[in-house]
Design a binder for this molecule. Sequence first.
Ligand code: S3P
Length: 447
Amino acid sequence: MSSHGDPIRMSAQKCGPLTGTADVPGDKSISHRALILGALSVGETKISGLLEGEDVLDTAKAMQAFGASVTRHGPGAWTVQGVGVGGFAEPEQVIDCGNSGTGVRLIMGAMACCDISATFTGDGSLRKRPMGRITDPLALFGAQSYGRKGGRLPMTVVGAPDPAPVVYTPPMASAQVKSAVLLAGLNAPGQTVVIEPVATRDHTERMLRGFGAQVDVQDTPEGTRITLQGQPELTGQVVAVPRDPSSAAFPVCAALIVPGSDVLVPGVSQNPTRNGLITTLQEMGGRIEVLNPREEGGEPVADLRVRASQLHGIEVPAARAASMIDEYPVLSAVAAYATGITTMRGVHELRVKESDRISAMARGLEANGVRVEEDEDTLIVHGSGPDGVAGGGLAETHLDHRIAMSFMILGLAANAPVRIDDGTPIATSFPIFEDLLNGLGADIRRD
Ligand code: S3P
């Protein structure tokens, strides 16, 4: 269980050029999936490069509670002895997923077609987030759920004893919803189908195949049609978790805005379902060279050389939102340094992340002298251009790691320090954030 202790106030100040290599930790999405698919497999899964952030550690504990045996052997090196598809045991205790929407939603899917019940909860952020988007499709398999009003945690899911396969079109672009349905479909007979009008990150499909499931993906006029053959025997695998492009976004953005910077960020995903930010930053005039393309851990990756650049505002199309959904907070910090206006459209899903990220970024940017406009689905940042961002303000992070880190990046080039009320959530996804950035030459402090 993640328990945030006392809030840690932090500040970021203007610093000299950032230089060196930014080795960011393992991908959070793939780390959760490696543990869950390992637990649903027969035999041993060996994982290297696992992200040891609180979100993933909570998923590791949850997999143990469902009967898998999960062992840490060294930094990022873990094994999972799985129980096989349909083999989950009923947990004796409440499953606490901490801050992690991905953890709780994928695990609900994974247990929904087992003849067991489980009760889930999380921290103050996760207890506010909607779970109906998961329990609605799980009900089609025959699973029942009983939560707080509005489909909020704590919530008990009663797995379907005799599940039926499902054909489902998620009403929102969400890899978590897609993944929950596919994981539930593993223990249903016949074919489970998800039709995605807008493509989202495809790690579940890729990894399910790697663990031995039959997953067919077709482009159709309705969108991407993903068909899973139910009740496969998954077998333990060796998983090398690639680095997290959503964590790489922070040193990349810092290098763009701190004058004179020249930073190498190795092994950044080029998976089209994850790399919308790099395209966007290049369109804004960011000097980002994509070097040495190759495959790592089953993902296309490349090294990025990033040099400080005078950026200009652009319109980020709604169609790109799913491929950079976690990167809008840091993009909006970078946009504050651009000349002109950056308009981010189609971003309503940001309202139901670890915090309402449109509002959290807007309020924190305003507190630091940046002009912002927002509506339900749009965030507009008026760049300060060569005058730079005033800074000097305190941003509230609302238990949201990406809000906390984005304001620390904002502060690295601001005219006065930028402060956050609480940096503890950073440990959920990027425990070495402060050391890594300061190692490149940043000035991030605990106040
Ligand atoms: C994730 C999917 C995204 C993303 C989250 C991780 C995943 O959420 O924001 O950080 O691993 O599937 P949605 O699927 O709800 O957009």
